[in-house]
Design a binder for this molecule. Sequence first.
Ligand code: CA
Ligand code: CA
Ligand code: CA
Ligand code: CA
Length: 334
Amino acid sequence: MKLNKILIILFFILGFQATEILYSQAVPSKEENIPFLVTFGKQSGTSWGDDDFYQVWFFSVPRDFKQPFYIRVFDPDCGGEYDEIHGDFNTRTLFSIFGGKGVDPDQNEESKGLLNGDNYKRGTLLKSQYFKGEARYDNKYFSFGPFNPTEGDYNKKWNVFIFKLVCEGVSGDDGNLYKYFMSRDPNNNIPVEGGNAFTYEYTFRMWNDPRSLSHIYPYVDTGVVFVKQRNFDWDDDGEITISSRYKQGVPGRISKENDWNESRVRIEPEEIGASLDFMFRKKQGRPEDMVKNNNVVMTIENQYGQAMKFYSSPIGGVPKYEAKTNITKIPKPK
Ligand SMILES: [Ca+2]
Ligand SMILES: [Ca+2]
Ligand SMILES: [Ca+2]
Ligand SMILES: [Ca+2]
């Protein structure tokens, strides 16, 4: 092949990857194909699929991005469209955005918000707002901001400023379904170049359509030997399979009603520094057997019990399985 032909092909491959990074700023992202995040009011039963009635997400902004930006919440209210009613809608939800020292979960373990009693609100409160059932916010975006990127907590390893968004079901017993978008514009979804979002405990709604496949993409950092996935209130709804560029469709155990289940997956050196693909396929069969409005929780930890990040825009792109012979061995980390 001639050199200029190779260069043209390379240009297209790299160009497409760049486009993917630029336009994957929604939470949940297009790659994840998850319909909504969900947080229930704290008077709810956990059997509806939320184990702790709050959810913590982090947004990272590259250091070289210097413009103000916004974090937009779609359908922040709990009422009207999308939300899960129990009796009457009486749920109040508080969204709070934090910056400054204490936010970065690499420095402050409690920021991850994984354990009951953790002080997951460390950092400087930048903005917060309560929402109940409110027609003016129903089926619409509400924009927090503008934020200056340097108001975040600087992380040297990734060269990014990190912001934290906590959603709490302050009262009531209904489920608030919502989505996020980090944007350069308060009124439109315009991505922040190179921005990303991640969490350590993902509470979300599954599709009702059994043909829809959803994914999450945990990032495997240096030193990981195995990962343990834990999931809550899966209602025995189909299957979880784990894939990467090295493995294909390894099954994971799933939980039943109001219950946790877990299983382990071995990690090969070839899988370090890339994302895994956890795929969720709903139970197939007759419409009357389908699980409707299924809310679930997922966490993943390494062999030391340290929680791993799920990036909404998978680091290194969506992992594609490669035939084993094509994989170059990466030396084991010391
Ligand atoms: Ca609504
Ligand atoms: Ca209610
Ligand atoms: Ca909502
Ligand atoms: Ca459930």
